[in-house]
Design a protein around this ligand. Structure first.
Ligand SMILES: N[C@@H](CCC(=O)N[C@@H](CS)C(=O)NCC(=O)O)C(=O)O
Length: 349
């Protein structure tokens, strides 16, 4: 009996040792070995980035056809970090209904398209929900003349909605929990929905708060419409990747952290290079002057420096796309945690 226990003990110790060895080997691999997504991007020489078909603030083309927006700059920052060149991005516009299929099919490496991080997208669609780049909520843009001030007043009104988004389910949930049934008219693309609304086929339009401000700016008579302050859902918008490539997931996660840390520690597009001689070790690690942080991701140590130099830090991005000279959206939840917002990043150490 005693003997048996001794044998079992030996066996357990050996198994434990093997497990330890295995996990050490696995950890070593998480170091510099390139992941399949980065391999594919490098071979192709471009990042395939899934974006909106056109929503000011997040992704919209200007008169010269150049893409502009927060999501667009995230794509560029990733290209700068991975390929060393922010211009090496193929922007792939995706509709609300098609976006996740396009990602699952491998046509894009990452989806950054005002897409909400939700349980079913993670557990059912099998996607990695990597980071939140904009905290929004579902709101309503309504014709001022109908005289409503809150969502419950929309009982009996008709609202234009995009299909394939979180929006329809939120309206249904709102009806179930409050009893207020809001009529909907469905469209595939926001420009079709907005055109129908302006033509008087619906009394308003519903979408994420950030997108609503953008949409209002494109209307023929923006002053005839207003964005109701009430929100009926939480819409944490952010980066989605296909599950199965942990290296890629880490790069995206830490890239988002680097852009936000840049704001927190005052590393900007303009001063990033000069920060290489700063005395704050956190800043030195961020700009790659100390430690091997980029190499541990399978990149080089200036990955984050290049990203910030290419597009600016998170605060600069917000200012450019949503600030007073753009859509004029107060920072609110999209501020850093120490300024009343929700952006609290993990430490780079
Ligand atoms: N955040 C929501 C809704 C996002 C969404 O797709 N909104 C539509 C309605 S405006 C949109 O922005 N479409 C932009 C486009 O198709 O370019 C989601 O992830 O389902």
């Amino acid at each position: 009996m005693k003997h048996m226990f001794a044998r079992a003990g030996q066996f357990a110790a050996a198994a434990f040792g093997a497990a330890l060895l295995l996990s050490t080997a696995a950890q070593a691999q998480i170091g510099p070995a390139p992941g399949p997504t980065v391999d594919a991007i490098k071979k192709r020489g471009a990042l395939n980035c899934g974006i909106d078909t056109g929503v000011p603030g997040f992704a919209a083309q200007d008169n010269s056809g150049t893409w502009k927006g927060l999501d667009i700059d995230y794509c560029r920052a990733i290209a700068a970090a991975v390929l060393g060149d922010a211009s090496k991005v193929k922007f792939v516009p995706t509709t609300a209904a098609a976006r996740f299929t396009v990602l699952q099919a491998g046509e894009i490496d990452v989806l950054i398209r005002d897409s909400t991080l939700t349980f079913s997208r993670s557990a059912q669609l099998g996607l990695d929900e990597v980071a939140v780049n904009f905290y929004a909520g579902q709101g309503f843009l309504v014709r001022k003349s109908i005289g409503v001030t809150k969502a419950a007043d929309l009982q009996g009104a008709t609202i234009c909605v995009i299909t394939g988004a979180t929006l329809e389910l939120n309206i249904a949930d709102f009806a179930r929990s409050t009893g207020a049934k809001i009529g909907t008219l469905l469209f595939e693309k926001p420009d079709e929905a907005v055109a129908a609304m302006e033509a008087g086929r619906c009394d308003g339009y519903t979408d994420d708060t950030g997108s609503l401000a953008g949409m209002r700016s494109t209307l023929k008579k923006p002053d005839d419409w207003f964005v109701m302050p009430e929100l009926i859902s939480k819409e944490p918008l952010g980066l989605h990747a296909r599950s199965g490539d942990p290296r890629w997931q880490k790069i995206l996660f830490w890239l988002d952290t680097a852009l936000k840390s840049g704001e927190e520690f005052g590393v900007t597009k303009a001063n990033a290079d000069s920060m290489k001689t700063n005395k704050d070790p956190f800043i030195l690690r961020l700009v790659g002057a100390e430690g091997d942080f980029g190499k541990l991701l399978g990149l080089d140590n200036e990955w984050a420096l290049r990203a910030i130099k290419a597009v600016g830090n998170y605060g600069e991005l917000y200012e450019t796309h949503f600030g007073p000279n753009a859509l004029n959206l107060p920072r609110g939840l999209n501020n850093l945690y120490n300024k009343g917002g929700l952006h609290y990043t993990l430490p780079l150490r």
